[in-house]
Design a binder for this molecule. Structure first.
Ligand SMILES: *Cc1c(COP(=O)(O)O)cnc(C)c1O
Length: 487
């Protein structure tokens, strides 16, 4: 008997444990599905945030080793240590940061993508998968008013989408290392911090970054931008990139995209729009004018895991000139020579830093196709009106508000009869977090502490806004009393 074959056969017996039979799969499927169903059914009453009384070092009790564990045990750990504590982004009670929610077809798409494991990085490997991903990217390009030959890439989120855009801008505008120190980038103090990260990661850390002044509504002041660009050019510097926001994270502000586009065109700047939060509000006809000028940009970051309510893990970058995106990201390796046979359709691997990748387009395609666009539109419209409703109602409780919400994010703060408003509002914030029924977050702008409202979970409805208003009313009463005693 050939000992090699004996050995191989013995190993095969054990390695085949990685392929569960139909009975085992049915059992696991049923348990996972039951867990998921129970999770979803409990969401209407779930808190937006569960304050962790004490954080346990639970992996100690459950080391990774040779012995397999039962799925029931793992689901119990998941429930106790992960799904019942901290922030609950699946809940409609999540009104902090930028919520999303996680529409169910995301799970279906991910499940199938995981089981079938199609290779969606190269057209050669799977023309259908690449076409599917490119279809959803082209649909987004069409929504923002880009031409039919524009394309982009599906990334894991807005941060990577912004990074891909900024890298492309750097290369297309000829910013080689020796000119970085005189290269100039324009943005406002309200730009998302991932843009600063992207600038550094893209090797532009030594470039000059101009923080363009804003108007009272936290929108980029276009006149100030023009003046700054002109004076930088006169000083012999190399202005090359302006980053505008279509919906800032802090206040939901929309930069004046058309005016920025004029300046970018006149001065040969790459015009990038960070629409990670706000972009999908373009699906609402009456909000389209707010986005006017976005179609004149060179690149856009937009997050389906925010504005289309998908589970986390999907942001998109849209680039008008695909050639530029390609020039920054393609590679021809010898071991990939077979992949060059087909060039009919651009491949994600040539348009992003990734090679082997999650077939993440499937989840978005599933959601859009299973529901059609109408419920997404209605949902975005509802969220926008909920923010407007809150804006009016919170003022009736004596709160000062920031700008009227262009989209669905706004800021507000209570002005106590006496004492430091920042201290009052930060205590109020803590009370609201300890309550946790509805979860909101805060920000500080120019030294002023503001509480934020960000309505974007597809599960957030009027009852949540009413609950939040009631919570705030109760908490302010409690605090007011304490403050009066203190005074
Ligand atoms: C959320 C957000 C980002 C970052 O996107 P991630 O998906 O969290 O990486 C960038 N810009 C804006 C305006 C955002 O709201």
């Amino acid at each position: 008997m050939d000992t090699r074959i004996e050995r191989i056969k013995a190993l095969e017996v054990v390695s085949k444990r990685l392929e569960p039979d139909g009975v085992q799969r049915a059992d696991w499927n049923q348990k996972v599905q039951a867990y998921a169903d129970q999770f979803i059914d409990k969401l209407p009453d779930a808190k937006g945030y569960v304050w962790p009384e004490k954080v346990r070092d639970w992996p100690q009790d459950c080391p990774i080793g040779e012995t397999p564990r039962e799925l029931d045990e793992l689901l119990q750990i998941l429930e106790r240590e992960v799904d019942e504590v901290g922030l609950n982004p699946a809940s409609g009670a999540h009104l902090a940061y930028i919520p999303g929610g996680g529409v169910f077809p995301t799970a279906l798409g991910d499940y199938l993508a995981a089981v079938t494991n199609r290779y969606s990085g190269l057209y050669f490997a799977n023309p259908g998968a690449v076409q599917l991903e490119n279809q959803v990217i082209r649909w987004m390009c069409d929504m923002v008013g880009y031409p039919a030959d524009a394309l982009g890439n599906l990334a894991s989120g807005g941060s990577i989408a912004n990074l891909i855009a900024i890298t492309t801008a750097r290369d297309h505008m000829g910013i080689k290392s020796r000119v970085v120190e005189s290269a100039v980038i324009y943005l406002t103090a309200q730009v998302h911090h991932c843009v600063h990260k992207a600038i550094r990661i893209a090797g532009l850390g030594e470039a000059i970054v101009r923080t363009v002044p804003m108007d009272k509504r936290f929108r980029m002041d276009a006149n100030a931008l023009r003046a700054q660009v002109e004076s930088d050019k006169a000083a012999g510097l190399k202005p090359f990139l302006v980053v505008a926001s279509a919906g800032t994270t802090d206040t939901g502000a929309m930069d004046p995209l058309d005016a920025v586009a004029d300046i970018a065109e006149a001065n040969d700047l790459w015009f990038h729009v960070d629409a990670a939060y706000g972009g999908f509000f373009m699906l609402l006809d009456d909000l389209k004018p707010t986005f006017s000028g976005i179609e004149r940009s060179d690149s856009i970051a937009i997050d389906p895991h925010k504005g289309l309510f998908l589970s986390y893990g999907l942001g998109a970058v849209l680039i008008k000139n695909v050639r530029a995106l390609y020039e920054s990201h393609y590679y021809r390796a010898n071991y990939m020579q077979d992949a060059q046979a087909l060039v009919d359709e651009p491949s994600p691997a040539d348009l992003s830093p990734e090679l082997t990748k999650h077939f993440r387009g499937l989840r978005l395609w599933m959601a859009l196709q299973l529901y059609g666009l109408a419920p997404f539109r209605a949902c975005l419209d509802e969220k926008r009106w909920l923010a407007r409703y809150f804006y009016e109602e919170i003022q009736k409780l004596g709160f000062e508000v920031g700008p009227y919400p262009d989209l669905s994010v706004m800021i507000y703060r209570y002005l106590p009869a006496s004492g430091d408003p920042n201290a009052f509002n930060s205590q109020l914030m803590e009370l609201l977090h300890r309550d946790g029924r509805i979860f909101v977050s805060s920000t500080t702008i120019d030294g002023v502490f503001w509480i934020r409202l960000a309505v974007l979970s597809f599960r957030t409805h009027l009852s949540h806004i009413e609950r939040l208003l009631a919570m705030i009313r109760e908490s302010v009463e409690v605090l007011d009393k304490i403050w009066l005693q203190g005074a």
